[in-house]
Write a protein that binds this ligand. Structure first.
Ligand SMILES: [Zn+2]
Length: 267
């Protein structure tokens, strides 16, 4: 478990579900773990948040589940209630199994998801800017290397005429030079965000399909409808975050809409 996950679990007063107290939950998910060829993650249930923070409150009070790392899944009490599995010594409902299979699918490719989401955002601008810089440098070198005919011409030219390179390079040139880098940086960041968004949607659809495969299409679809229906209603009443963080958050996360996800499962 990573440091960040420890902090999240700690801030939420999350308690691990022990094998004997949650025997029904763990046995219901054995087949899922073996299909994914992963060891069974530890499931945690969020308690009362230690810190007052809207995101933490939401995680604890709304029906939510999240794969925090490759071996840690966090879920909330309201999720268990909503999907009808409060006695975890009993086999869990098909709907909860569908949702937890979805999360375990995220566990199975957790590193891949992180890389695929964040690499484009940082790597694309870096690659684009480095490429531009190297191209500019190569061009400058080419311009600076005199061709034999230029040397000949320079030799016959009078001294009062400056070589081309020493003229200009004024404010406008600088503006164009640096402006180009800014524009390329911005374009590459936008491309990175869009790539991350595409990848994120891809992982969601894949996890939904897997959840449906481990249960049935109806269970996955109705679980999503219940969970997202409730979450949407509650979230709508208190929108959070500044405009900037919301745009970035929504672009990267970009969970496909409920309709899109249900359509993907039923396809
Ligand atoms: Zn997901």
């Amino acid at each position: 478990m990573g440091l960040l996950d420890k902090h999240v679990l700690d801030a939420l007063n999350a308690v691990p579900l022990m094998k004997d107290a949650a025997s029904g939950l763990y046995s219901s998910l054995e087949g899922v773990a073996s299909t994914l060829k992963i060891s069974m993650p530890t499931f945690y249930v969020a308690g009362t948040p230690k810190v007052i923070h809207p995101v933490l409150e939401e995680l604890a009070k709304l029906p939510s589940a999240a794969a925090l790392s490759k071996d840690t899944v966090l879920l909330s009490e309201p999720m268990l209630k909503l999907l009808g599995s409060t006695d975890l010594t009993q086999p869990i409902s098909q709907e909860l199994k569908a949702v937890l299979s979805h999360e375990m699918h995220h566990c199975s490719n957790h590193t891949g998801i992180l890389l695929a989401k964040f690499v484009p955002i940082f790597a694309l601008p870096a690659i684009a800017l480095t490429a531009t810089y190297l191209y500019d440098r190569a061009q400058a070198k080419k311009a600076a290397t005199p061709k034999p005919e230029d040397i000949e011409r320079a030799a016959t030219e009078t001294r009062k005429e400056l070589p081309k390179d020493e003229k200009g390079s004024g404010f406008l040139d600088n503006l164009i030079y640096y402006g180009k880098y800014v524009a390329i940086g911005v374009a590459a960041t936008a491309a990175g965000l869009l790539t991350a968004r595409y990848v994120s949607r891809h992982f969601e659809f894949a996890a939904d399909s897997f959840g449906a495969g481990m249960t049935d299409k109806g269970a996955m679809a109705s679980a999503l409808e219940k969970v997202l229906g409730t979450t949407h209603d509650l979230l709508a009443s208190h929108p959070k975050g500044g405009i900037f963080s919301r745009i970035i958050g929504e672009t990267i996360q970009a969970h496909p809409s409920l309709t899109e996800r249900v359509a993907n499962i039923l396809r």
